[in-house]
Design a protein around this ligand. Sequence first.
Ligand SMILES: Cc1cc2nc3c(=O)[nH]c(=O)nc-3n(C[C@H](O)[C@H](O)[C@H](O)COP(=O)(O)OP(=O)(O)OC[C@H]3O[C@@H](n4cnc5c(N)ncnc54)[C@H](O)[C@@H]3O)c2cc1C
Length: 384
Amino acid sequence: MRDLASIVATARELAAGPVRANAERTDALARWPEENLRALQAAGLAGLVVPAAHGGLGQGLVALAQVCEALGRECASTALSFGMHCVGAAVIASKATPHQARAYLEPIAAGTHLTTLALSEPGSGAHFYYPSVRLAAVDGGYRVSGAKTLVTSGARADSYVVSTVAAAPDAPPGHFSCVLVARDAPGVTWGPPWAGLGMRGNSSTSMELRDVALSTDELLGAEGDQIWFVFEVVAPYFLMAMSGTYLGLASAALDLARAHLERRTYQHSGASLAEVSVLQHRLGTLWAHVERTRRLVYWAAAEADARGPAALPALCSAKAEVAGCAVDVVNDAMTLCGGIAYRDDGPLARLLRDARAAHVMAPTTDLLRTWAGRALLGQPLLAP
Ligand SMILES: Cc1cc2nc3c(=O)[nH]c(=O)nc-3n(C[C@H](O)[C@H](O)[C@H](O)COP(=O)(O)OP(=O)(O)OC[C@H]3O[C@@H](n4cnc5c(N)ncnc54)[C@H](O)[C@@H]3O)c2cc1C
């Protein structure tokens, strides 16, 4: 069994190797970072959160945040695609049947199967837990119809955790279930290639499902379990994958700002920007922002891994804080790096565009703040 330090060391090596080397091209060409994901699979990291009993590394939220932070420092699109794979793997693992362990978890751990989540829909937007994709029970299985939007690794991952609502007219309201759909299942079609402002490598494609036939083996948990999956598994794993990703991005921006202050000297005076006290002050402020956010993220992850009492407000607040930290730190780093950084359309410009997704990826910052408050008040998160 590999320990956490060796897992994170491997992630850092890959981040400093292929992930860094491919980052610019991934962004410029809006290209899904296949080589990076294959390298992560080949290095044995794809089963990060898969239980050891199924060949995985058996890790939890702290490990997921650390691996995503290492990747997010170099390429946020890679970190997001890998993170969503891990969230999908955690969902499958949480109530896996023997068939699902054999067909999904073992290949995921062996590095031959990538998965992801297809929850968001055009109709419910940020309220991703209210699906309208219909699940109709038929003889021997189900038929699934409807549309998903913004599916990370869309058309590239092998399988998709798809949320649905029962189609039967007599089903109780809110009878939501999750199923697994294969990329090439008959009836699945993919929308145009993703060309977002940022996160340009993550292939956030739309997915249409027309009467897709599934066997009962592809139902996750029991019918009606979707809300359980969303709050017990999707939310914690997603929030920590995204927190790690955007923490890495903020750290990368901080490093670029520091390097610029050290490097930049003026011809007329010979003075370095590193000697200007107001810039020293600003750099120190950015460092503190990143470090206090890092402390919150890893404390939240540890609290949730230990099922501690503050896990829910901590997880919600961590991702909300990281989103603010990433946007603010990249923005200020851009100012510290001057017109040169703005002109060059270089790494900081990419970080600036990538950072903007942090607030709007559901659960969004505004919803997370509300959920944290409701958790502290002992109220149900989905209260009207
Ligand atoms: C790069 C990227 C990758 C993504 N990957 C995936 C993926 O892999 N799988 C997936 O399922 N989805 C994914 N999504 C979708 C994402 O998680 C969101 O569901 C989606 O972006 C919501 O967008 P919308 O335009 O419909 O927002 P809207 O629902 O229109 O919301 C707009 C704004 O209003 C705010 N708002 C709405 N209701 C409230 C309220 N009651 N209180 C306070 N504020 C509110 C929201 O917080 C948001 O800021 C991805 C999105 C992006 C940008």
